[in-house]
Design a protein around this ligand. Structure first.
Ligand code: CP
Length: 317
């Protein structure tokens, strides 16, 4: 039994093994995902304390493709609305012989707290915690990049927009650097950057024209209003004018640069429709890859393969 809580602390060998395992679930030459019996007899509980379309649905599909039984707890109609604590809710779900909790929560560190102190004998998969990490999103993004670019070596990747409030960006920066890209760039105004962005392992740009030059992959982020807490921000129209990915700005990047977005996208705010739906966009391919990556993480978790210490780094989950 192993948890999957963050990209931070994981080595290149383990991240590569997750990508290889995900690849093994994709039918060769197809967009379909195999059904396998790896989690037959196991029970997976989806616990989403924040809204989700892509992550919750693809975790459910992934668990079903692994032949697990899946329970989607509807938080809105659960006893949490009658004052039951998170710990008591989880202890009751564990009493139903659950093997795995897939958890999204607004509080950074909530899945770690559960894994360490509430139900350490249930595998915890982090489906996004506060501003901290969204590790399976980063891994499906890495799978998408590898499918199109074949290698991470030599790539320049730009992450654009609201990095400050983005758990996705934190996981992506860690995964990209661990997998050996040439450079990670952040393009944003100071108000949408973390306090010490270079400490994350990224080079900062404030203008699209400079930041997108010679870039192979562009990852757009939405403005995450739900985590902003009154920050001083540009208006949506001002943001679009400066940082929205239009066809004109896309031309600054290398020809054929991949356009990515974790979703949900806000057309006309961070991305032009013609770009989101254009030939360089792999946004819907990212969603498809979410099933295979989540199958990989869940099956490796149940097989105990997520806790191998990484040779040379002494790190594990
Ligand atoms: N990318 C992502 O986490 O999307 P959802 O919020 O729809 O799950």
């Amino acid at each position: 039994l192993r948890h999957f809580l963050a990209i931070e602390g994981l080595g290149q060998a383990l991240l590569t093994r997750i990508l290889d395992t995900a690849d093994s679930f994709i039918e060769v030459g197809e967009r379909t995902i195999k059904k396998v019996p790896l989690l037959r007899g196991r029970t997976v509980v989806n616990l989403f304390f924040e809204p989700s379309t892509r992550t919750r649905s693809t975790f459910e599909l992934a668990a079903k493709r692994l032949s697990a039984d899946v329970l989607n707890l509807d938080i809105g109609t659960s006893a949490t609305s009658k004052g039951e604590s998170l710990s008591d809710t989880l202890l009751n779900l564990r009493a139903m012989a659950s093997d795995m909790f897939v958890m999204r929560h607004s509080q950074s560190g909530a899945p770690h707290f559960v894994a360490q102190s509430v139900t350490p004998d249930v595998a915890i998969i982090n489906a996004g915690d506060g501003r901290h990490e969204h590790p399976t999103q980063a891994m499906l993004d890495m799978l998408t990049i590898r499918q199109h670019m074949k290698t991470f070596s030599g790539l320049r990747v730009a992450i654009v927009g609201d990095v400050q409030h983005s758990r996705v960006a934190r996981s992506q920066i860690r995964a990209l650097n661990t997998l050996g890209v040439d450079e990670v760039r952040l393009i944003a105004p100071d108000t949408l950057l973390p306090h010490e962005p270079e400490a994350l392992g990224a080079r900062v740009f404030h203008r699209m024209e400079e930041g997108l030059r010679n870039v192979d992959v562009i990852i757009m982020l939405r403005l995450q209003h739900e985590r902003m807490e009154g920050a001083l921000l540009p208006s949506e129209s001002e943001f679009y004018r400066m940082y929205g990915l239009t066809r004109e700005k896309l031309a600054y990047a290398n020809p054929g640069a991949l356009v990515m977005h974790p979703g949900p996208i806000n057309r006309g705010v961070e991305i032009e429709s013609a770009v989101a739906d254009g030939p360089q966009s792999v946004i819907l391919g990212q969603v498809t890859n979410g099933i295979a990556v989540r199958m990989a993480v869940m099956s490796m978790s149940m097989g105990g393969q997520l806790n191998e210490r990484q040779s040379g780094t002494g790190e594990g989950v």
